[in-house]
Design a protein around this ligand. Structure first.
Ligand code: SAM
Length: 287
């Protein structure tokens, strides 16, 4: 397939993010999603699921580094790590950069997204599939969290947005199970979209997280293709307050890890919220 055409992200309804596609590389209905892969001159390969941008070659490092390195650098011994979702495996690549990680379990609902990303995004995910610490389970992450006897030091929820199969990963019952499967001292991180455009989703998710976990915070990442202002990631832990993690300790734990976005100073700064997001977080916690 070739010829220039325009693809618009339909996630936010009233505002569209459009890409010129130099090439439509693939279109498919998988078991759980409508999958599209296009090539854009600025972003390289762009993967959309159900009309929402998931990952692009050019900016994937921003989101994946902040989802992986913030909780892993904050934990004194992140031996056992869980990823829920994350089918493109860019997050797994960042997690496995840490030698302190001894096992990485990834629970992804859609085998096709995984297989597809392995073929089309090998420039960043190839090392994942050669790493003996990596294990994949094809399952609904919410069902897995409800049933598993395994326990994790760090759990990262790299989900689609709260519609379709991703909706289960924003439910209060899921957050309660997330707490259940964390070891003492465990940390969970979630993706919570762009609050300027997804205010109600933000309030619902952080309101629910705050009913379950003692320490709940938002931290920020700015990713060009997740447009609409700052994107928020969620921090949830019974024991670890992100404000108490020392920058020198973060620097020591990440000194051998190559990054292009994450720095220990930025890690600390990412928890400083603009007032409109801080007020939303306060409102969510007061619910
Ligand atoms: N960075 C992306 C974003 O925020 O747009 C998310 C990336 S990743 C591709 C999202 C993955 O979550 C997809 O591969 C999707 O199949 C998976 N997923 C959605 N719902 C799920 C569920 N209930 N359990 C496990 N994986 C799920």
């Amino acid at each position: 397939m070739s010829g220039r055409t325009t693809f618009s992200e339909t996630l936010h309804g009233d505002v569209l993010l459009s890409f010129t596609a130099d090439e439509v590389l693939h279109e498919e209905a998988t078991e759980h999603h409508r999958l599209e892969l296009i090539r854009n001159a600025v972003f390289g390969k762009v993967l959309l699921l159900d009309g929402a941008v998931q990952v692009t070659s050019a900016d994937e490092f921003m989101y994946h580094e902040m989802m992986a390195h913030v909780p892993l650098a904050s934990h004194p011994d992140p031996a056992d790590v869980l990823i829920i979702g994350g089918g493109d495996c860019g997050l797994a690549e960042e997690v496995l950069k840490h030698n302190r990680v001894k096992s990485l379990t990834q629970v992804e609902i859609d085998q096709s997204v995984l297989d597809f990303s392995r073929r089309h995004f090998s420039e960043f995910n190839a090392p994942v599939f050669e790493d003996p610490r990596f294990e994949v389970r094809i399952a609904d992450g919410a069902a897995f969290a409800a049933q598993t006897e395994d326990r994790f030091d760090v759990a990262i929820v790299d989900s689609t947005d709260p519609t379709g199969p991703g909706a289960a990963l924003f439910a209060p019952s899921f957050y309660a199970n997330l707490k259940r499967i964390l070891k003492p001292g465990g940390i969970a991180v979630t993706q919570n979209g762009v609050p300027f455009l997804q205010r109600d989703e933000y309030l619902a998710a952080f309101g629910a997280l705050a009913t379950v976990f003692r320490h709940v915070q938002s931290y920020l990442v700015t990713v060009p293709t997740y447009f609409g202002g700052h994107m928020t990631l969620g921090w949830a832990s019974e024991d670890v307050d992100p404000a108490n993690v020392d920058e020198a300790v973060l620097a020591k734990r990440t000194k051998d890890i190559s990054t292009h976005y994450y720095t220990p100073a930025h890690h600390r700064a990412a928890f400083v919220l603009p007032r409109y997001i801080q007020e939303l977080l306060d409102e969510a916690k007061a619910r």
